[in-house]
Write a protein that binds this ligand. Structure first.
Ligand code: AMP
Ligand code: MG
Length: 395
């Protein structure tokens, strides 16, 4: 059994960085994609000196209580006048600043009468935004490896970018193994369970903008698993199997991987849940043999599968792990493995574990916000102690 850190290192070592192909995409096609190259801004932002408030553009020099009002300038409609000593121009938020503007007095603290404006309170700050102060043309806006969501796409658009080079997402194939699996309630009979790992893995893959090429259920039959796997690796970059990787009599998955010529980099990790997680590669193809228990599948998808995706696509990811105050104390019998315990954040901001019966208890996750991470060797966390809390989500 190896540590989670060791498993990460072996996974990284087995996967060369960025080997997926890239393609040029219009901005409207690239939601969820990963940038294949740095993207510079094409323009200065803001593109011109502009007012940050509705108010009066004032000249440099000594503050006066009254100014002669020259004209009004709206956003999108540049004015003609520049401000000279003793004069002001009325400007709206976002309006281009008249030449000579040193600061903008807010409309709320001024009065207009007969072509003049009286300033009741001079601004404490300039209230103007200079051309290029956010970003200059040619300056890098987003770096290679950045995943593109609504925010990034809006920022690209604001910078005048209309096309980017993006990585083609990894193709995924999902195989759920187990004689006990059925897909429909009508087929449920004694000893059978509904296949939840299939939809879980497909859904997680789709949530992370991966391409799911197919999904199937196969019984605990080595020949059938081998056949399914052989076909899956032909159409996918990453195959996600669940079930059949442990030490039970019908756990055939690791043997099948070897038969197909795959190199197994690890198959036992000191982590709970997810101990029998098996990772194998061959000629650019990746197979994860995930445990059958759905909570293990959920945790290992985020820890291992997304890490592999990041390696293949060059995607930069920074998992969010917080230190949170433990609510009621926590105790476990053995500290042999690093553990992920489903937990929720309470109204007072501390964390409490949810009712959880082990890694088969998928429905416990529905009421959890994330996982308390209990290090190897630790069996007790006192109430009020800082504890590692990990949330799995989009990035
Ligand atoms: P295994 O890893 O095959 O020993 O399975 C461990 C546990 O996970 C068993 O209780 C299985 O019934 C359960 N399991 C396996 N595959 C699935 C699946 N696709 N959906 C839900 N539970 C599963
Ligand atoms: Mg099984």
């Amino acid at each position: 059994m190896i540590s989670l850190e060791e498993a990460f290192q072996r996974l990284d070592a087995a996967l060369p960085d960025i080997r997926l192909t890239t393609q040029r995409l219009l901005l409207q096609q690239c939601h969820g994609r990963v940038l294949a190259a740095d993207v510079p801004s094409r323009i200065d932002l803001p593109p011109f000196d502009r007012s940050a408030v509705d108010g009066y553009a004032l000249p440099a020099g000594e503050e006066q209580s009254e100014y002669e009002l020259l004209e009004t300038v709206a956003a999108g409609r540049p004015g003609r006048a520049g401000v000279l000593p003793g004069t002001a121009v009325k400007v709206m938020t976002g309006a281009p600043l008249p030449a000579g503007t040193a600061r903008v007095a807010m409309i709320e603290y001024a009065h207009e009468t007969n072509g003049r404006v009286r300033i009741d309170r001079h601004p404490g700050e300039s209230n103007l935004r200079r051309r290029g102060e956010d970003l200059r043309a040619g300056q890098t806006l987003l770096q290679k490896g950045q995943a593109l969501g609504a925010l990034e796409i809006a920022a690209l658009k604001a910078c005048g970018v209309s096309e980017v080079d993006a990585v083609v997402p990894p193709r995924i194939f999902v195989i759920s193994t187990g004689d006990e699996l059925v897909d429909r309630l009508e087929d449920l009979s004694p000893g059978k369970i509904i296949n939840s790992n299939g939809p879980l893995l497909r859904g997680l893959a789709e949530e992370h903008d991966l391409i799911v090429e197919g999904q199937m259920v196969v019984g605990d039959d080595p020949a059938k698993i081998e056949d399914a796997l052989r076909r899956a690796v032909q159409v996918a970059d990453i195959v996600l199997l669940s079930g059949g990787v442990s030490v039970g009599d019908y756990d055939y998955v690791p043997g099948v991987m070897k038969n197909l010529g795959f190199t197994i980099h690890f198959n036992r990790i000191a982590v709970k849940p997810g101990k029998p997680t098996t990772f194998a590669t061959s000629e650019g193809k990746v197979i994860f043999g995930l445990p059958g228990n759905p909570v293990a599948v959920y945790v290992m998808f985020h820890l291992m599968v997304l890490r592999a995706v990041a390696r293949l696509s060059g995607r930069r990811s920074s998992p969010v792990e917080l230190l949170v105050k433990m609510g009621p104390s926590y105790h476990r019998g053995s500290g042999a493995r690093l553990a992920f315990i489903p937990a929720r954040i309470t109204d007072d901001g501390s964390v409490e574990t949810v009712d959880y019966h082990g890694s088969g208890h998928l429905t416990a996750l529905v009421g959890a916000d994330g996982f308390v991470v209990v290090p190897q060797g630790v069996t007790k966390i006192e109430a009020g102690e800082p504890v590692r809390f990990r949330q799995f989500s989009g990035g």
